[in-house]
Design a protein around this ligand. Structure first.
Ligand SMILES: [Zn+2]
Length: 197
């Protein structure tokens, strides 16, 4: 699948969040689900994430080349083991030190990438290092990357992502000021304001 389909898939994976989640947490979940949804393709030299430009340079390019050379495209980065390592190395620290939904978003986004790639003709080595590719769809229904079928998947995901955003938008209002699940940063900020007034 192309990056835009994975990106939408990452947003759609956040349907698993409860309605009424505070805005701050939803925003972080969206940011990190987006990153997570593109992260497995860091094992490809020409992926979106590999070519992200910051100040005229592509900081992730060396990592992408190294991963591609050592692991190959659609290798361990597209497996449950890859998901496990990303969850432990990045997801848990994000959840502990930033916001639980930042870590959860990253893991859900990553998982959505694996599920979408498992719907393609090539499949994924889900149980790497065990050999063999896993497919979620019967052979006649598998999606070819860049085909009109992928465009259709992208369109459906876009509708679902819009539904998610609207659902959260209409249920999250007023939650940011007095919700106990608000980010620790905001809670701390509010108590500082309280003390100084
Ligand atoms: Zn992929």
């Amino acid at each position: 699948m192309t990056w835009r389909t994975h990106f939408m898939g990452g947003i759609v994976s956040l349907w698993l969040l409860p309605l009424g989640t505070p805005y701050w947490s939803v925003a972080l979940a969206i940011v990190f689900a987006s990153i997570g949804s593109l992260l497995p393709d860091l094992d490809a030299r020409e992926s979106k994430l590999s070519n992200v430009q910051v100040g005229g340079i592509t900081p992730l390019k060396p990592a992408a080349y190294a991963l591609n050379r050592r692991l190959g495209h659609r290798g361990p980065m597209h497996s449950l083991l890859g998901l496990f390592f990303v969850a432990v190395i990045f997801g848990i620290p994000l959840g502990l030190f930033l916001d639980p939904l930042a870590g959860i978003g990253l893991v859900l986004g990553y998982l959505s990438h694996l599920l979408l790639d498992a719907c393609t003709k090539s499949g994924i080595p889900l149980y790497w290092p065990k050999p063999g590719k896993i497919h979620l769809l019967p052979s006649g229904f598998r999606v070819v990357t860049g085909s009109w079928q992928e465009d259709l998947v992208f369109l459906l995901l876009t509708f679902a992502a819009t539904g998610f955003l609207l659902g959260q938008l209409f249920t999250s209002s007023n939650r940011i000021s007095n919700d106990s699940t608000t980010s620790p940063f905001i809670t701390q900020y509010q108590s500082t304001i309280h003390q100084s007034s």
